[in-house]
Design a protein around this ligand. Sequence first.
Ligand code: FRU
Length: 548
Amino acid sequence: MPTPLDRKPTMIGEWWQVFAIYQVYPRSFQDSNHDGTGDLQGIISRLAHFIELGVGTIWLSPVFTSPMADFGYDISDYRGIDPLFGTMHDFHELLAACHSAGLKVLLDLVPNHTSAQHPWFLESRMALNNPKRDWFLWRDPSPGGGPPNNWISQFGGSGWEYDVKTGQYYYHTFLKEQPDLNWHNPEVREAIHDVMRFWLEHGVDGFRADAIWYLLKDEQFRNNPQNPNFRPGEPPQQALIPLYTADHPDIHAIIRGMRRVVDEFPKRVLLGEIYLPIERIMAYYGRDLDGTHFPFNFSLLETKWEARVIARLISEYEAALPRGGWPNWVLGNHDRPRIATRVGPDQARIAAMLLLTLRGTPTIYYGDEIGLVNVPIEPSQVQDPFEKNVPGLGLGRDGVRTPMQWDATANAGFTSAQPWLPVSDDYETRNVGCQRDDPATIYNLYRRLIATRRQRLSLSIGCYRPIAAAGDLLLFVRQHEDERTLVALNFGSEPLAASFAQPLQGQILMSTFTDRASEAVNGEVSLRPHEGLMIDVAIGSEIPPSTI
Ligand code: FRU
């Protein structure tokens, strides 16, 4: 089997900069033991998919021992593999198979909270003077009774849960089954560092750290201010401004500590999940680039799908990056609507070209490569605790976590049992097997995009230069030495032409459709509705400002 490295003999840039990341949601990738839920052996059996697609890094959402109140984001043993997913032996087998295929493996580190079933919490809740009491956030009731302050949970309701045995409340950013660790306590920091070392010693290539902008809370437990822009019917977690529960000024010292642990091992990475405005995520690189290798850039998840808006967003992001800070882009994840649903099937192809031509590490969410959509979930099928706590607002995440669609057999080849979430109705026509055979499919578009990115240093490590954004047209250039790739994207359903002050000379490398490769460009660039093009600009040809 050719490895990603074989296909790119001279690699410039670190692996985590050059390889596309692929997020696997293990419950939904491939079932191997007929229980309707994906598992590690299932992932092993699908390894060829990563190679065929061309991604170089896989990130596994949590596979650790868990009561599954939040589907693995509630961990009761950081060092164990949940039996639902398999055994430690299976994990080693997966890691070894990935490494021998040239793939890197990132684990999901969940440092903000444990499961309420974690032995640390079980001890902590036993008595006020338990040595682990201060490992979590315990407070007396407020003087008039009731929760200590107004902090709320991200999943609806108060963030405080009363514990009868000791007469105090504990804080949970997410579910009451997910008590928050107290990161002000050095013992907690050491304990999580040891967990990190445990997996790094096992050979994992790094971590995606969950919810790390929440790690520290105000030591005075001050009330969060009301959000003046909040309107009834909006997600309830937006009712307050999380001034005292998120993005604490001391958080960077904590993240620096985690980074030092990762740096004890060669060539490992720490990536951070941080949902904050662009200018605030930048601090998570660390003052001396000693924080996360990069904080995920989620700006494409929420943007209006318009050429000018996206051009501005890219420029703002590029401008805000710290010197030497490596960028990255994300189109989807296990918490957010599917890109194909958000922008429609035609624009999902434009989104793919955008993701794979921007400067920075691209992250692909499983299933997006075949254009999976948000799957409608009947009330009786709801699994997500967020939807159960806050029903009816469309906040549920089950629809973006449905089984991967491999072929046209029952349950899309995901399982021979009843799948834990329904398979999308379109699985007989939307699956890897049938898309593989048709060059026009989004799956083959992703493959070509990833392959082109690997072949061209301008795309993998080149600089970014905006050219124009007007109406539905977005034009930018990526350049490394004298290799220049012009990217032209049509965000609309009308044909477009970009003309230039002096005629542009070059050759089309690929279209988001299947034709036009090798077509000469001499003058203007024409785009069909919903078409994206990559153009190799001839050496010596200027890229003059577009006059569109
Ligand atoms: C993203 C997330 C969620 C999970 C939560 C708590 O914020 O990864 O999927 O429910 O963190 O761990």
